[in-house]
Ligand binder design. Structure first.
Ligand code: FAD
Length: 410
């Protein structure tokens, strides 16, 4: 009797791994463990719509019948505490253990905690799970003023969403620009201008001295410039840390995530890691990366399933990501590391443009604002290893489509 595959974590990566195992013809037991009590759900809508819409429900990744229909033993509310890699066993919180032939760690990541006085006051929140989103939605109703700490994707999505819902929102960012180094400066500045025009106050080059409270609840923040900002809710969005503690109990190699090879195997080959918690050598840049995106979680899960059924491939998916910030759909494809040249296509004044990144003549990435066609063509071009000329970029989507159509078959 096979012990089968145990998957720890029932988020985007874990659920896809279970589905892909069945698609690949794996017929042994598949046990999917998740510490959350919910039916696994899509995370991206949480910061974009869920927190402002009182009637919104979590959107399930798969219907309940999917798990029973594919003989996937889904066990919600199950926290895994320890792995004994030598015995191929894991311990569950509250007692009990489980044996496995293969183990997939899809434990994701969690919000980085702000190391500041006052960070433990009630009303200081972060957003990762639907439980977090419910808290923000419930408590923001009674808040006129909200402070968001961190000008990254999630912080800005939350800021735009709460501002659209009538809250007075201030974003505090330590760097001199938004979105860290995740996008071109032109795009970061465009986002800043549009958010500001929509009523969000943005303070760059500003840090927090302390979070202030009254009777245990947050009442505001004191900034490094000495300004006191009243707020009954403070949301921190200062990045995430990978959930690697379980991997450490198994003695796996961990370095900014669980180290995996190109087939998603950890330093103990029958234990695989996928999604936000996995770090690996990237095929495009040659550098070590740990990506936090639905695409990465999904594609790595598919590959892990193939590895388990004996057809390992090499992870070489083109990375892509999206973010909806107010009236801006940002879409990124490729990685900008190593790029030395940018070409702008379209007009920021129309809130529709793309920045094409190149290393020499080689296309490395495209970042788009409200230009989905550029993004989709970018996925094709990067997948094929095709780099457009500056003239083709200037010609817009039609010229790029024509250039792709003119490529020799195969
Ligand atoms: P998760 O989806 O986080 O799943 C991990 C699961 O494992 C969690 O349920 C966790 O509770 C569980 N777990 C952890 N430890 C244990 C344990 N010991 N025992 C049992 N269970 C455990 N990406 C995009 O591409 N575009 C977007 O627009 C976008 N928006 C986002 C908005 C928000 C608010 C958030 C939070 C994320 C967003 N992301 C977006 C990122 C994307 O959701 C993540 O990259 C993706 O969820 C990663 O999938 P994962 O399965 O690795 O981790």
């Amino acid at each position: 009797m096979k012990n089968g595959v145990v998957i720890v974590g029932s988020g985007h990566a874990g659920v896809q791994a279970a589905a892909s195992l069945r698609e690949e013809g794996y017929d042994g037991p598949v046990i999917l463990l998740g510490d959350e009590k919910e039916l696994p759900y899509h995370k991206p809508p949480l910061s974009k719509t869920f927190i402002k819409d009182a009637a919104a429900q979590p959107q399930p990744l798969r219907g309940e019948v999917f798990y029973t229909g594919h003989t996937i033993d889904f066990r919600p509310g199950t926290l895994v505490e320890r792995i004994d890699a030598a015995a191929r066993r894991l311990d569950l919180a509250g007692g009990g253990d489980l044996a496995y032939d293969h183990l997939i760690l899809a434990t994701g990541s969690r919000p980085r905690v702000l190391p500041l006085p006052g960070a433990d006051l009630t009303g200081v929140l972060s957003l990762r799970s639907v439980a977090d989103a419910r808290l923000i939605r419930e408590q923001s109703g009674a808040c006129e003023e909200v402070v968001v700490i961190g000008g990254g994707f999630i912080g800005l999505e939350i800021a735009a969403t709460l501002a659209a819902g009538g809250r007075k929102v201030t974003v505090i960012e330590a760097l001199d620009r938004l979105l860290g180094r995740a996008v071109a400066p032109l795009i970061a500045e465009h986002v800043r201008q549009r958010l500001t025009a929509s009523g969000v106050r943005i303070l760059l080059k500003t840090t927090i001295e302390r979070i202030e409270g009254e009777a245990g609840h947050v009442s505001g923040v004191l900034t490094s410039s000495g300004e006191h900002l009243p707020a009954k809710m403070v949301i921190t969005g200062i990045g995430v840390v990978p959930n690697v503690e379980l991997a450490e109990t198994a003695g796996l190699t961990v370095a900014n995530g669980i180290r995996v090879d190109t087939a998603m195997r950890s330093s103990v080959p029958e234990i695989l890691a996928i999604g936000d918690n996995a770090s690996y050598r990237h095929w495009q840049t040659g550098g070590d990366v740990r990506l936090e995106s639905v695409q990465n979680a999904t594609d790595q899960a598919k590959l892990a399933a193939r590895t388990i059924v004996g057809h390992p491939g090499d992870y070489a998916a083109v990375p892509w990501f999206w973010s909806d910030i107010g009236d801006m759909k940002l879409q990124m494809v490729g990685l900008t590391a190593g790029s030395d040249r940018q070409i702008l296509s379209g007009d920021p004044a129309e809130n529709r443009f793309s920045v094409f990144h190149f290393a020499g003549d080689r296309l490395t990435a495209i970042e788009s604002v409200n230009r989905p066609a550029d993004h989709m063509l970018g996925r094709k071009m990067l997948g094929l290893g095709f780099s457009p000329t500056p003239e083709q970029v200037a010609g817009g989507a039609e010229a790029l489509k024509a250039a792709l159509a003119a490529l020799p078959a195969g």
